[in-house]
Design a protein around this ligand. Structure first.
Ligand code: CMP
Length: 139
């Protein structure tokens, strides 16, 4: 089933000029980048985006990290895109990420793990709507 998922190339990756290399892994995995924008997230945007983690001890650090430099927000489309992108990203903690995954290749640690991807189809729609309108997405 063709799906859309939401992706963020995080500050640790944009700072190291890895946007193109990460996009190559995404495209090689059969996912199509159907919308993409580079933005510098405000604390309000990052706080709202990660509101589900509000009670976690790392929430403050997470918002700080995500607003420390530009990010690239993206919509990815493809067969089973939500699960496929999670496979391509690898485990949240790069120490546990499989060979060839984006996090194994590029992530520094669990907080600076280079990419975010939606964890469900429902959250993908919510996350996409926070950053893109339907007119921005060209499939
Ligand atoms: P992400 O997929 O963007 O969703 C929430 C983020 O919180 C996660 O990736 C990690 O970057 C971050 N995170 C998860 N666990 C920790 C932790 N123990 N310390 C710092 N950051 C974390």
């Amino acid at each position: 089933m063709t799906q859309r998922t939401f992706s963020i190339i995080k500050p640790d990756a944009t700072k190291r000029n890895l946007t193109g290399k990460i996009n190559a892994v995404i495209e090689d995995a059969g996912l199509r980048i159907v919308a993409q924008r580079r933005i510098h997230m405000t604390p309000a945007q990052a706080g709202r985006f990660y509101a589900v983690h509000k009670e976690r001890p790392f929430y403050g650090e997470l918002v700080e990290t995500m607003t420390s430099a530009p990010v690239v927000v993206q919509v990815l489309e493809g067969d089973n895109a939500v699960a496929r992108y999670r496979e391509v990203m690898g485990a949240t903690n790069p120490e546990q990420a499989a060979e060839g995954t984006i996090r194994k290749l590029f992530a520094l640690n669990v907080g600076e793990n280079s990419v975010h991807g939606s964890d469900s189809l429902e959250n993908a729609a919510i996350e996409i709507a926070q950053f893109f309108s339907e007119a921005d997405i060209v499939g």
